[in-house]
Each structure stands twice: as C-alpha cells, then as structure tokens.
Design a protein around this ligand. Structure first.
Ligand SMILES: Cc1cc2nc3c(=O)[nH]c(=O)nc-3n(C[C@H](O)[C@H](O)[C@H](O)COP(=O)(O)OP(=O)(O)OC[C@H]3O[C@@H](n4cnc5c(N)ncnc54)[C@H](O)[C@@H]3O)c2cc1C
Ligand SMILES: Cc1cc2nc3c(=O)[nH]c(=O)nc-3n(C[C@H](O)[C@H](O)[C@H](O)COP(=O)(O)O)c2cc1C
Ligand code: SF4
Length: 666
C-alpha cells in the first residue's frame, strides 16, 4: 500500500505566501443553506465542517453576493456589509481547525441573476424580456468598489484568500465575453477593453487586501456559446491576470445558455475531465498555480492530472457531496471505498427547485446538522431486510453500522435489484459503481446475505426478526389488454436479457426508462457532444460523432403524455431526445396504447383523434410501476417497515433516503 506522501494529491502547494496542505479543492457550490437574510446558519456551518473533516486542502465557499440587489438564490449568501462578517468568521474559524485553506467566491450576477433586478454591460441576457439596466460608468465604478469592500470583509472574516467569480455568464464574465459585451466604450470591443472591468476590480481589491493576500480568479475557459471565448483567448486571459498580480487561476466552463457544460450530466461523455486540456494549455503559459475542474471522478485521474502537470490543484465538487471523506480515503489507501457521484444532477435539481443542496447517494448532504454521524442504537435488534436493491442495501448498511444484527435476503442470485438493469444503457456505468460500492460495504461490514431466497409473509417469521424492512421494490403494471402476451416483456427484462429482444421493438412508456431502453437497443451508433449555445437564451448545438455501427433494429416509443422524457431533468432532456432522434428512434408522444396483440400495438393519437397500429415482434413495457406486496406484509408482533420502491416507485435517491431515515429509527 502506498503511504500518503506518495500520492501526488498529498503534496502541499504554495499560492503566494499561503500554503495549502494538499491539491484538492472543494469548489464553490451554492447550497440554499444560508438564512433568508443571507447569513451563515448552523446547517451551513456543519455542511462545510463535514467537508473539511474529509481532508480537503482548500474550500472555496459558495458564490456570495457583493451587492444587496444581485441575487440568484432565494437564500443567497451575502458578503457586502459588516453585519455579515460574524457568521462567516465563525465558520472560517471552525474550518481552520482542520488545517484547510478557505476562500470565498465573490459574485455579482449581472443580467443572469434569476431574481431581478439585473444589470449588464450591454443588456444581452437569456432573460430577453427583462435583461435589466445597462451599466453606466458611474455604476461600473461603484460595483468595482463593492467587490473591493467585500474582499476586505472576507479578509476581516479570517478567509485566507478570495476568489472572483468571473465565470458562468455572471457580471465579471459578461464583461469578458465577446458575446455578452457589445459596448463601444473603453469597457467593450477589444480583448483589452473587455478585460478592463475585471482588471480594475482586481486593482481595487488588491488595495483593500494588501500585497500578500491571495486573489484568485475563476473564469470559464470555454463559454460554450457561438462567438464566445474558447481555449485561445483563455490562455491570453490567464497571462493578463498573472501580469495583473492574480495569485492563482481557477477555471470552469459555460454560461447560462449552455449550463450543462458547467456541471455535465452522466449522459454527456464529453463532460468527463472536461477542462483538463484547457488547464494544461494555461499552465504552459503562466507561472502561478492553475486549478482544473469538472467531471473528474477517479483518484487515478486526479493523480495523472497532477503528475503530468496538467493542473496544480483539482476541484472535486459533486464527488465530495457524494463522499465528503474522498481525500482521507485516498490518502489512507482506501480509495476503493469511495462512494462515487453518479453525475445524476439531483443536487442541481434541488437548487433549481429552491430547496437546499442534496445528494442522491448521500442522504447526509445538506443535513449534516441533523445526521452528524450514524449513532449506535439503544437496543441491539435482529433486523431482517427483504430485498437487495439500493433501498435494502442501504437499510442493511445503516442498521449494521448502528450495531444491529442484520440479515439481508434477496430472491435473485445477486445484490443490486433494479440497478442491475439501470446500469446497462449507455453512459450509466456509474450506477454499476454504486452497486459495487454497496456490495463491498455489505461484505466489509460482515452482513449476512442470503441470495436466491424469497421471503413470504409466512417464512419471514422463521427468521425471528425484531424488526423487518420491506425493500422488495416494484413491478410493471399490466393494465393494457394483451400485456401478458407472448411478445411482451418489461424494461428490466429487456436490459438484463437482451437476447429476448427482437428486431422490431415498440416501447410502451417514454419516460426516462423507456428512453434509455430505446437508446440501448438503437445501438447508440451516433454520440453527441455539445458545441455550445447558438446565442444567449438560444438552443444548444450538438456535434454528431459515429461511435459504433447503427443497430438494424426498428424502434418506436409510444407515450401517453404530450412529451417524451417528461421525468428527465432539464439538464439532460434535450440531449437525450436529440440522441434518440439522431439514432433513428421513432417517438410518438400523446398516444394512448389501447391493446397489445401478437403483431404489435394498437394506439390512439389523442390530438389527431386517430387510431394507429405499430407492428412489433417485441413490446417492452417501460411505464407504470406499482409497489410490490401492496396489500401484504403488515406489521406482526414486530414492525414491518417499507422503504424505497416498496413504498412508491421512484428513483435511487428515494430508495437511499427512505432506507437511511428508517434505519436510523430502529
Ligand atoms: C430501466 C431503469 C432505469 C433506471 N435508471 C435510474 C437512474 O438512472 N437513476 C435513478 O435514480 N433511478 C433509476 N431507476 C429507478 C431505480 O432503479 C429504482 O428506483 C431503485 O432501484 C429502487 O430501489 P429498491 O431497492 O426500492 O427496489 P429494487 O431495486 O427494485 O430492489 C428490490 C429487490 O427486492 C427483491 N425482492 C422482491 N421481492 C422479494 C422477496 N419476496 N424476497 C426477497 N427479495 C425480494 C428483488 O429481487 C430486488 O432485488 C431506473 C429504473 C429502471 C427500471
Ligand atoms: C449544486 C451546485 C452548485 C454550484 N454552485 C456554484 C457556485 O456557486 N459557483 C461556482 O463557481 N460554481 C458552482 N458550481 C460548479 C462547481 O463549482 C463545479 O465546478 C462543478 O460542479 C463541476 O465539477 P464536478 O464535476 O467536480 O462537480 C456548482 C455546482 C453544483 C453541482
Ligand atoms: S446528486 Fe447526483 S450529481 Fe449531485 S453529487 Fe449526488 S450523485 Fe453526484
């Protein structure tokens, strides 16, 4: 086993006069955990302290606004007034106990603030109907002074450095952008003019914080918009920032019209290690440290990036939401026990819904104050868990950690449940990693597992439980006449037994599962990468690449709802639909399936009021799940507690959360 010092990521780094203990950053990520008034709360404090405990070298506190009127989140962190300092100072003091360096990202959201009023260099915004006001030179100077004042407050709060938020299309980024900045005065036009707003801001911040306090700038190395900044100008920008006295360069990507490049989802393979070529190019051009980010998941990837000199520090954002102990695990030789991020975007969805930050695979994220640690149960019990899907495995894991005697019973021959099907479609290997993680945890904890064993209400008693957890999942409802016919199978059977699937397929149900089944059987011959948005508030343009021979299958999706993929999040939906289209999948939304027979599917197009027939040799049911044993497994002289899909068919996060919460109560 390697000792900690042998890892590249364990090496300290000098940023100006500041020493960072290792090379991993927890990058800025808004949480909605501050108070409504923008103050640090106990919840926010515990959330960051948990990350610090995990061994990370530097934490960049989430985007905090320098101006009372510029807000992007209902619970927007604020740092523009003396009254904000005390909360941040308390948090920073606690973080310092873990020898972590702390920065805060200072932001003005410009014309991309989700909450008006908006301000911008030229009135160009994705919010076309309300782009807000165009900045006068007086207002430019005022905002620059506000940045500087906030920098001073950050220093006063004990932060070790500051990060200026010049990415993702917010105000500083808008000035830098050849697309968003169309000014004709000295703040627009040439590269030098577009940089002026940021450079003057840096000068004013420098005056406030003094010559040795590190100033870091985070900018989008590629804006992913037609006519926007790409690699070449980003290298020039980094050089100009170094000349201006910036102490480190931090890069990100995108702007609000191509936000999926800022936090790429699992279904975009291009998003893996997205910015490594950019940081490598920038590193060749400057001497100050360069940070890279986005889509880096494996410790081996981090090690290679650092070893090859492609960056000096690596941001692991979502990976540390999923597993705050990421760094400590790697440095103690236990990198293979990391619970990996799925890049499923649930964390972003919750923020979009104005809820606090969450993680699909880590129920403690955002709830660190409530779930400080898994506590031992008052009374040791014998807990029988029925079903070895994610809900059952999580319930078994938490119960065992709480000191119970646990028996996990699964009727099939392997653990994983529906995830053994969910991991099959293209780009879903991370779900397979989650299954591996659970299997490993269960093995390491010494949980007794009984495979190929079906539990009934009768034989459950034989296991003499003090408490039983029913994690038996859900089944596809066969409501449509003919659903029992010889050519009908369901999505799980199709993905796990592809040899049962013929050449002419009709998929009944066009939600995420149906779309993934279609993607898989279409052969996914053409893969898409994002070129960028065509214009602010416009559509994302894709580039097609042939990656495999197209399948010779004829695939049709029939969906009753007016759109396909209605349960797919906003970040992936357009990408998934475009992928299906280029791979020749025929999509029929707004179509009610009335009957399945031996030759295919009879349906009714509701808008056109037209009967249709879709010929098929295989019909795959991919919609309409109902929990198993709906009317069975009532409480006996011991409680029978339902978790996961056995309550209501949902997603991994529902399975993991319900299991964790219930197991914490036994
Ligand atoms: C094709 C497909 C793709 C999906 N993709 C995603 C995705 O990308 N992201 C996401 O979040 N969710 C996804 N889901 C949903 C996700 O898989 C489920 O929400 C999750 O698996 C539910 O977990 P669970 O443990 O409650 O049930 P399951 O995973 O269904 O596990 C139930 C287990 O109980 C066992 N069992 C049943 N009855 C008994 C019994 N009597 N005795 C012993 N064992 C029994 C079963 O064999 C099974 O192993 C997908 C679902 C499908 C069908
Ligand atoms: C929930 C969430 C909130 C984010 N908020 C911010 C932010 O406030 N400022 C910022 O610069 N980047 C923000 N980001 C981007 C992250 O800092 C990071 O660059 C991104 O998640 C990609 O890295 P990863 O693949 O390691 O997660 C956010 C990302 C997520 C997932
Ligand atoms: S919610 Fe999904 S994308 Fe976000 S950190 Fe957790 S696993 Fe990763």
């Amino acid at each position: 086993m390697k000792c900690a010092k042998q890892y590249q990521m364990a090496a300290p780094l000098q940023i100006g006069r500041m020493t960072v203990k290792n090379r991993i950053i927890f990058p800025p990520m808004n949480t909605n955990l501050t108070s409504e008034e923008g103050y640090v709360t106990p919840e926010l404090e515990e959330y960051y302290v948990r990350r610090a405990r995990g061994g990370v070298g530097m934490i960049v506190l989430e985007a905090s606004t320098i101006d009372a009127s510029s807000r992007n989140h209902p619970r927007q962190p604020l740092l523009y007034d003396r009254r904000h300092v005390a909360g941040w100072a308390r948090l920073v003091e606690r973080l310092h106990r873990y020898d972590v360096r702390v920065s805060v990202e200072l932001v003005h959201y410009g014309s991309e603030a989700s909450i008006p009023p908006r301000e911008s260099p030229s009135g160009i915004s994705k919010y076309k109907d309300d782009p807000g006001s165009i900045l006068t030179k007086e207002r430019i100077r005022q905002i620059q002074r506000q940045f500087a004042y906030s920098a001073r407050l950050a220093k006063q709060a004990g932060m070790d450095c500051i990060t200026l938020h010049a990415c993702h299309g917010y105000l500083l980024a808008e000035f830098l952008s050849p697309v968003f900045n169309q000014r004709t005065d000295e703040y627009g036009g040439s590269f030098e003019n577009r940089c002026r707003f940021l450079m003057e801001t840096i000068d004013l911040c420098r005056k406030e914080v003094g010559p040795v306090f590190p100033i870091i700038v985070r900018f989008s190395a590629d804006e992913f918009i037609e006519g926007g900044r790409g690699m070449e100008e980003s290298v020039e920008l980094a050089k100009a920032l170094e000349t201006r006295g910036v102490d480190a360069i931090d890069i990100s990507a995108g702007q609000p019209s191509a936000y999926l490049m800022t936090t790429p989802p699992y279904c975009l393979p291009q998003g893996r290690k997205l910015l490594v070529p950019y940081s490598a190019a920038i590193k060749k051009a400057v001497k100050v440290p360069v940070f890279t980010a986005i889509g880096i998941r494996e410790p081996e990837e981090v090690e290679e990036i650092l070893k090859e000199g492609m960056a000096d520090m690596v941001s692991l954002g979502r990976p540390q939401l999923a597993d705050p102990d990421y760094v400590n695990k790697v440095l103690s030789g236990k990198g293979d026990t990391i619970r990996h991020c799925l890049s499923c975007e649930f964390c972003l969805d919750t923020l979009d819904d104005d809820r606090h930050i969450c993680c699909a695979v880590n129920p403690e994220t955002g709830r660190e104050q409530e779930f400080h640690k898994i506590t031992p149960a008052e009374t040791k019990k014998r807990v029988v868990v029925v079903g070895g899907g994610p809900a059952g495995m999580e319930a078994a894991r938490v119960s065992k950690l709480r000191g119970h005697e646990v028996i996990l019973v699964e009727k099939s021959g392997e653990l994983g449940g529906t995830l053994n099907a969910a991991k099959v479609p293209p780009h879903k290997d991370r779900i397979g990693r989650l299954v591996e993680w659970y299997r490993r945890e269960i093995r390491e904890l010494g949980i007794e597992v009984r495979l190929n064993t079906e539990i009934t209400e009768e034989n459950l008693d034989e296991l003499k439980p003090d408490a039983a957890i029913l994690a038996a999942g859900a089944h596809y409802i066969k409501r449509i006449p003919g659903s029992d016919g010889p050519i009908v199978i369901n999505a799980i059977q199709a993905l796990t037994n592809p040899e049962q699937v013929g050449k002419r397929i009709v998929i009944v149900g066009g939600g995420s599962a149906g779309a993934e089944v279609a993607d898989y059987f279409s052969g996914a011959g053409i893969s898409l990468s994002v070129k960028g948005a065509d214009k602010p508030g416009g559509k994302v343009l894709y580039q097609e690449e042939k990656v495999a021979e197209p399948s010779d299958r004829d695939i049709t999706i029939v969906e009753m709802l007016p759109s396909i993929c209605s349960d797919v999040d906003v970040f992936c939906k357009d990408l998934v639909l475009t992928t299906l289209k280029v791979n020749g999948v025929k999509m029929n939304p707004g179509c009610r399936v009335d009957e399945i027979n031996d030759r295919g599917v009879r349906a009714f197009q509701m808008e056109q009021q037209k009967e249709l027939f879709f010929p098929a040799d295989t019909v795959i049911l991919a919609g309409g799940l109902r929990c198993n044993y709906e009317n069975g497994f009532a409480d006996k002289d011991y409680p029978v507690i339902r978790v996961g899909d056995a309550i209501r068919a949902g997603k991994i996060k529902d399975a993991v959360y319900t299991a964790y919460y219930k197991a914490m109560e036994i």
